[in-house]
Design a protein around this ligand. Structure first.
Ligand code: SF4
Ligand code: SF4
Length: 80
């Protein structure tokens, strides 16, 4: 999964781009629900939120490391 850092400026651009509805407004900044984030595997070639974020504050979540097979399995579970 990816995560959003404190650099987020709440520009709202990433939230509608997520194919898994994993992005939501948190207490102060936007956040990503790790259980729903497939790093866009299954939908796109690259993480769409990272592509659109103007301040590049979306990074890999080192607390939730996943390989491609795990991300694909998550995609299949989410779309089952
Ligand atoms: Fe959503 Fe893809 Fe960003 Fe994960 S990487 S939060 S699935 S847009
Ligand atoms: Fe925050 Fe980046 Fe999303 Fe804008 S695109 S709300 S700055 S994470």
């Amino acid at each position: 999964a990816l995560r959003i850092t404190e650099e987020c400026i709440n520009c709202d651009v990433c939230e509608p781009q997520c194919p898994n509805n994993a992005i939501y407004m948190g207490a102060e900044i936007y956040e990503i629900e790790p259980a729903k984030c497939t790093e866009c595997v299954g939908h796109f070639d690259e993480p769409q939120c990272q592509v659109v974020c103007p301040v590049e504050c979306i990074i890999f979540d080192l607390d939730h490391p996943e390989d491609h097979d795990q991300l694909m399995a998550k995609y299949q579970a989410l779309t089952a």
